[in-house]
Design a protein around this ligand. Structure first.
Ligand code: HEC
Ligand code: HEC
Ligand code: HEC
Ligand code: HEC
Ligand code: HEC
Length: 254
């Protein structure tokens, strides 16, 4: 991640040397055979130091306006989120698709026009940043029906002050979901629809994946669609792997 991340002004959660020390620590911990209590302790420790982190960005870009009001899909800009580990930040070209014609004089867009003229990318400041010794992959989540909202909150409500970190991204937080993934699964076609709730499945349009799932679930008339019912169904349909895989150290530390 850090290669791409270095294009931003990176914030380091740990000093750089920690990137060497920690994998060793992990090996030692496993070797000692005492990992269970250690990890329970780690998982339980409140290390939510980054919740609310909201760096000042070079342009007052608003998700609330572009997503919430204009209705752009996340993948219009974050084009790799369902294909790769890293969720691409859009190049200036993407902004200029519209801003060559829209608000061409706006002072708020001056850095975008400068970047367009000079060819130098806008230096967005990275908000979410895991330490290098942990492995994360966007497509592995998005293609199994885990929504952006589970990990980033209501980005579609975040305004000109920029994106802030809504969840603590600690190991304990990752494991909370990995132990009970059914609480977070939804149809893949609703992953970028942040306000979606399970009862909306009944409104699915024929021909969509949601509609197919609704039919396969074979509910009784008037039967309520709860998250646990839907989640258990999708866990099988999407072939979510077992508890052992989801909680193994090597899944996230490789
Ligand atoms: C028109 C382009 C555009 C669209 C559409 C868009 N984003 Fe973004 N997004 C950006 C830009 C530019 C940034 C960098 C500035 C910032 O962090 O505020 C960003 C940053 C982010 C970040 C913070 C990344 C980091 O540095 O950690 C998250 C999370 C995010 N977007 C999620 C979403 C989600 C979820 C959606 C759909 C609901 C979405 N975005 C739709 C352009 C877009
Ligand atoms: C699909 C078209 C579209 C794309 C793509 C787009 N914008 Fe916009 N943007 C708009 C519209 C429409 C407005 C609102 C104009 C208005 O209020 O009349 C706007 C407004 C803005 C404003 C506020 C301008 C002001 O004067 O208040 C900023 C800043 C901005 N966009 C930044 C960006 C950035 C940065 C990107 C690329 C990451 C981007 N936009 C991509 C359509 C777009
Ligand atoms: C399971 C949790 C999870 C889900 C689901 C998720 N993200 Fe992320 N996202 C993260 C984490 C963790 C990071 C920080 C990754 C790192 O530093 O290695 C991140 C980082 C980002 C970034 C910054 C670039 C990067 O990859 O580091 C963007 C942009 C982003 N996410 C957008 C999205 C969008 C859009 C969606 C939904 C389509 C989404 N994310 C779904 C957890 C998630
Ligand atoms: C809201 C639920 C949720 C959260 C939060 C979450 N995950 Fe996951 N994760 C999943 C699901 C579901 C899968 C898919 C498992 C499968 O494919 O069998 C998964 C799979 C993975 C995989 C396996 C990728 C592969 O296919 O090899 C890794 C690695 C991973 N997650 C890391 C993380 C990390 C690191 C965090 C915390 C920063 C995190 N996850 C947070 C639900 C979640
Ligand atoms: C679901 C993903 C996931 C699994 C499974 C996982 N880890 Fe982690 N681990 C993380 C993440 C993410 C961090 C970084 C947390 C942070 O930045 O605060 C981390 C941090 C750590 C740290 C650094 C200390 C700390 O509290 O930040 C150690 C040591 C560690 N993990 C050991 C383990 C061991 C041993 C196992 C197996 C029993 C394990 N991890 C399983 C995701 C995971």
């Amino acid at each position: 991640m850090k290669n791409m991340a270095e294009k931003y002004t990176s914030k380091y959660v740990f000093p750089k040397t920690a990137n060497l020390v920690l994998p060793l620590l992990v090996l030692l911990v496993i070797g000692a055979g005492t990992y269970v209590p250690v990890v329970v302790g780690l998982g339980a420790s409140p290390e939510n130091t980054d919740v609310g982190y909201q760096p000042v960005q070079p342009v007052p870009y608003s998700h609330a306006l572009h997503v919430g009001q204009l209705g752009l899909d996340c993948t219009y800009c974050h084009t790799t989120v369902d294909k790769a580990a890293f969720a691409a930040i859009p190049p200036t070209q993407t902004c200029m698709n519209c801003h060559t014609n829209v608000r061409t004089e706006s002072p708020k867009l001056a850095p975008v026009r400068e970047s367009w003229q000079s060819g130098k990318p806008i230096e967005w400041v990275k908000v979410h940043d895991l330490p290098d010794y942990s492995y994360f992959n966007h497509s592995a989540h998005v293609n199994k029906g885990v929504s952006c909202v589970s990990c980033h909150g209501r980005v579609d409500h975040m305004g000109e002050e920029g994106v802030y970190q809504a969840k603590n991204l600690s190991m304990g937080w990752c494991l909370d979901c990995h132990r009970n993934p059914e609480q977070a699964l939804r149809p893949k076609d609703q992953v970028t629809n942040l306000g979606w709730t399970p009862d909306q499945l009944k409104l699915a349009e024929p021909g969509t994946e949601s509609f197919q799932i609704l039919q396969e679930m074979n509910l009784a008339p008037n039967e309520e669609i709860t998250q646990s019912k839907l989640g258990e169904f999708l866990k099988k349909k999407y072939g979510i792997r077992d508890h052992h895989f989801m909680t193994s150290c090597s899944t996230c530390h490789r």
